[in-house]
Design a protein around this ligand. Structure first.
Ligand SMILES: NC(=O)C1=CN([C@@H]2O[C@H](COP(=O)(O)OP(=O)(O)OC[C@H]3O[C@@H](n4cnc5c(N)ncnc54)[C@H](O)[C@@H]3O)[C@@H](O)[C@H]2O)C=CC1
Ligand SMILES: O=C(O)C(=O)CO
Length: 325
């Protein structure tokens, strides 16, 4: 008999067919309050889970006594209780690498659109206000040759350093838990402590995971250390920044602007001040949202689950210690 798995995301037809070759699939398009009772009930027989979004905490896992593997269609996995999975020997898989370049492109889009006020000025022109050449009230800031500070020099941080340094001649500063010699030799990047990163960056770009250590890493005190003409970009996870403190800093002119893809609570409330501040570009978590990359992430996650339940896991496992058991 094929193992039972729960899919909680819409997959392209060919990938659904690949999944169904190996498993009996119970499908939910996504997790909602409406389908939660049916989802919780289906957990009783599930040996695998695949999807993205939603909180998969210990209470949920406890309803799945047969669960052996979980495959998230994302690189971030902060919405899963990985410790609880590890204790039970459940393998946790994710999709690094396939989205790295696309997310780095999104960071560059946020840097350029905030500094050059792309959205604001395009809306101004569209609204019929373009009567002659624009005045200094609509000028932006240069990007090229400015200092980029990268907080989290992992896969995405490195792809960003490449774009910024080789493409835009930007000196690179970075902070991470450890130095990255490759990024230093390839892009002349300089490792520094967080305070130096805050005070010297013109563009401070966050590409950190959400962990207990990174939660609210950037708050009122850190924002005060930034340059008044600095721009803060966050594509990591929303709760890395204290959002209330950020809104205050943007209103007070403590920093020049912000480009955001992630928020403390998603979807961001329609009445959030972040949508109204002219010095903010607020995207709806589209860092990896291209046709090609979303397909590749789904394909990677499908293959991850097949490997975890029917083969030998060699890559993309976040709790490799369970494999040794
Ligand atoms: N906006 C979006 O659509 C997307 C957001 N992401 C987010 O980006 C994050 C990073 O992705 P990758 O670069 O692939 O991960 P990665 O694991 O390659 O890089 C993360 C880096 O952060 C560093 N780090 C962790 N905790 C730290 C701390 N306390 N202080 C300093 N550095 C710390 C790590 O050492 C690592 O180098 C993901 O975890 C996810 O949350 C990823 C993809 C898309
Ligand atoms: O992969 C992730 O972690 C995302 O946030 C969506 O691409």
């Amino acid at each position: 008999m094929k193992p039972s798995v729960i899919l909680y995301k819409i997959l392209p037809d060919d990938l659904l067919a690949r999944l169904e070759q190996h498993f009996t699939v119970t499908q939910f398009n996504r997790l909602t309050a409406e389908n939660r009772p049916a989802f919780l009930q289906a957990l009783e027989h599930a040996e695998g889970l695949i999807g993205s979004g939603g909180q998969i905490d210990k209470a949920v896992l406890d309803l799945a006594p047969k669960l052996r593997a979980v495959s998230t269609i994302s690189v971030g996995y902060d919405n899963f209780d990985v410790n609880a999975m590890t204790e039970r020997g459940i393998v946790m898989m994710h999709t690094p690498t396939v989205l790295t370049e696309t997310v780095a492109d999104t960071v560059m889009a946020l840097i350029l659109s905030t500094a050059r006020r792309v959205v604001e000025v395009a809306n101004w022109a569209k609204s019929g206000q373009w009567k002659g050449s624009v005045g200094s009230d609509l000028f932006g800031l240069d990007v090229h040759h400015k200092t980029i500070g990268i907080l989290g020099m992992g896969r995405i941080g490195l792809a960003l350093a490449q774009r910024a340094n080789l493409g835009f001649n930007m000196p690179v500063l970075y902070n991470d838990r450890q130095a990255n010699p490759a990024v230093e030799s390839r892009f002349n990047a300089r490792f520094c402590d967080l305070d130096t990163l805050l005070s010297e960056s013109d563009f401070l770009c966050i590409s950190l995971p959400l962990t207990p250590q990174t939660h609210h890493l950037i708050g009122k005190d850190q924002l005060k250390k930034m340059k008044p003409n600095a721009i803060l970009i966050n594509t990591g996870r929303g709760p890395v920044i204290d959002e209330a403190a950020l809104i205050e800093a943007l209103k007070a002119g403590t920093i020049h602007g912000a480009g955001l893809d992630v928020y403390e609570k998603e979807p961001l409330a329609p009445d959030s001040e972040l949508f109204r501040l002219p010095n903010v570009v607020a995207l709806p978590h589209i860092g990896s949202a291209t046709h090609e990359t979303r397909y590749n992430m789904s394909a990677c996650a499908v293959d991850n689950l097949i490997t975890a339940l029917t083969g030998t896991v060699e890559v993309n496992c976040v709790n490799a210690q369970v494999l040794a058991k």
